[in-house]
Design a protein. Structure first.
Length: 181
């Protein structure tokens, strides 16, 4: 084994899917790119890491809802662009040519160009670690979308995409999976 700088250790486990988080502050929608995501429970409960450094965070705190929009790899440049500008001075929907679609359960919009969207309500904010716990209240997917590979941030400015191979172990894991999956 070769030593790795401890400051780069997070690059080994960061590659969860990158998501676009939409919010609505009561006046206008916004989008932020989040690469730190986690599934907390099958119910479905999710966690993201964000804080006051993101313009959308105040809307997330105040409105207590958002949409996790899940882009595919063909949106990589858009995802990076969204993450490198601020909603304080940029209409990200207009700038990046994205379509805001009204949600069924929340005021934050879905993004039509994304593979999937999950409408969420904020269940908790763990301020000590900037973790936002989200409960999914509705989910949507575009079954006609050809590109389905998700984006994964390595954390050093590089990204990977899901591979084309899928390994099915559902039978082996049947006792551990939720019913009906």
């Amino acid at each position: 084994m070769q030593a790795l700088k401890l400051s780069r250790a997070f690059t080994l486990i960061e590659p969860g899917p990158v998501v676009l988080v939409t919010t609505h502050d009561g006046h206008q929608p916004n989008i932020m790119t989040i690469s730190w995501t986690m599934v907390v429970d099958f119910t479905p409960v999710f966690a993201i890491t964000t804080g006051s450094w993101n313009h959308s965070f105040s809307a997330l705190q105040k409105q207590r809802e958002c949409v996790l929009a899940i882009p595919a790899i063909d949106m990589l440049d858009t995802v990076v662009g969204i993450g490198t500008c601020s909603g304080a001075d940029t209409d990200k929907f207009a700038t990046f040519g994205l379509s805001a679609v009204p949600g069924k359960k929340v005021k934050a919009p879905l993004i039509r160009e994304c593979l999937a969207n999950i409408e969420c309500r904020v269940a908790d904010i763990v301020k000590a670690h900037n973790i936002v716990i989200l409960e999914g209240v509705a989910a949507h997917i575009d079954p006609s979308r050809n590109e389905r590979r998700l984006i994964h941030a390595v954390g050093d400015g590089t990204f990977t995409a899901d591979g084309r191979h899928r390994f099915d172990r559902q039978r082996m894991m049947a006792t551990k999976l939720p019913a009906g999956l």
